[in-house]
Design a protein around this ligand. Structure first.
Ligand code: SF4
Length: 233
C-alpha cells in the first residue's frame, strides 16, 4: 500500500519506503547521469546490496563506461549490465544501417526500442518496483511525474521516482556535497547524456534535453520509450 504522504516525502524517505516495501524485488535502473549517481549514493546508505541495473545500448560514450567503473570501485557494487538482443541489432543494422536514427523519428524510435526498451522489459521481469532518476523539470513530457507511479507498460509494477521534485541545482548540490563521481561529459555542456551519436552539448540558454536527438524538432517526441507516462498511484 502506498502511503498518502509519499508525494511530500524527501528523496531519502521515498527510497527507504521502497526498500522496505519491495526488497528484494526492486532495482535501481540508471543510465549513470547525475541523478543516478545521487540515487546510488542514497541507496547504498540504506541497503547493503542494492541491485543496480543499466542498459548498454552498444552506442554509449566512453565517459559513461569510465563512470560505471568508478562507481563499482567506490561502492563495491555489482552493476548488472543489460544488452540488446544480438540478433535484433544485427537484423536492424543490416536492413536500416548503423545510423538509422538520423533518418526519421520512426527509425530513431525503432533503434531505441531494440537497444533500450526491449532490454529494460527483460530487466524488470520478476520485479515489483523499479527506481528511476526521473525529475519533473527534465522535460515537458515529465512535468507531472509522481514520486510513486504504477507502470502499466511493465505489468503495473511500482515505478519510484524519488527525485521527481528536485531541481538540477539540487542534484548538483548533492553531488558536490558528497564528492560523488560523475560523468565527465557534464563538465563539457552535456546536462543529459544518452547514446554518443544521439547526444550533444547544449548552450547555457538551451533546454536541458535540447542535446538529445537534437536534429528532431518536436520536443514532445524526445523520449526513447523507457519512460512512458505512468499512472499515479
Ligand atoms: Fe539508438 Fe540513439 Fe536511441 Fe541510442 S539513443 S538507442 S543510438 S536511437
Amino acid at each position: 500500500m502506498i502511503p498518502q504522504e509519499i508525494e511530500g516525502s524527501s528523496a531519502q524517505a521515498v527510497l527507504a519506503w521502497a526498500a522496505e516495501t519491495f526488497d528484494p524485488r526492486f532495482a535501481l535502473v540508471t543510465s549513470f547521469a547525475a541523478e543516478g549517481v545521487v540515487l546510488i549514493d542514497m541507496l547504498t546508505k540504506i541497503h547493503s546490496r542494492p541491485r543496480v541495473l543499466t542498459i548498454d545500448t552498444g552506442r554509449l560514450p566512453a565517459e559513461t563506461y569510465a563512470l560505471i567503473e568508478a562507481i563499482r570501485e567506490r561502492y563495491g557494487l555489482t552493476v548488472e549490465v543489460l544488452f540488446p538482443q544480438t540478433e535484433a541489432v544485427e537484423v536492424m543494422t543490416r536492413e536500416h544501417g548503423v545510423n538509422l536514427f538520423y533518418r526519421s523519428v520512426e527509425a530513431r524510435k525503432f533503434c531505441c526500442d531494440v537497444r533500450k526498451v526491449e532490454p529494460l522489459g527483460r530487466a524488470l521481469v520478476g520485479l515489483d518496483a523499479w527506481i528511476t532518476g526521473l525529475r519533473r523539470e527534465q522535460a515537458i513530457t515529465r512535468g507531472d511525474v509522481g514520486k510513486v507511479e504504477l507502470d502499466d507498460d511493465h505489468g503495473g509494477i511500482a515505478k519510484v521516482n524519488p527525485l521527481a521534485d528536485w531541481s538540477w541545482d539540487q542534484v548538483w548540490s548533492y553531488v558536490r556535497a558528497h564528492e560523488l563521481p560523475y560523468n565527465a561529459l557534464h563538465d563539457r555542456g552535456y546536462p543529459s547524456i544518452g547514446c554518443a551519436p544521439c547526444t550533444r552539448a547544449v548552450e547555457p540558454d538551451e533546454d536541458i534535453r535540447a542535446g538529445r536527438w537534437w536534429w528532431e524538432q518536436d520536443g514532445a517526441a524526445k523520449e526513447c520509450g523507457l519512460h512512458r507516462k505512468g499512472r499515479h498511484a
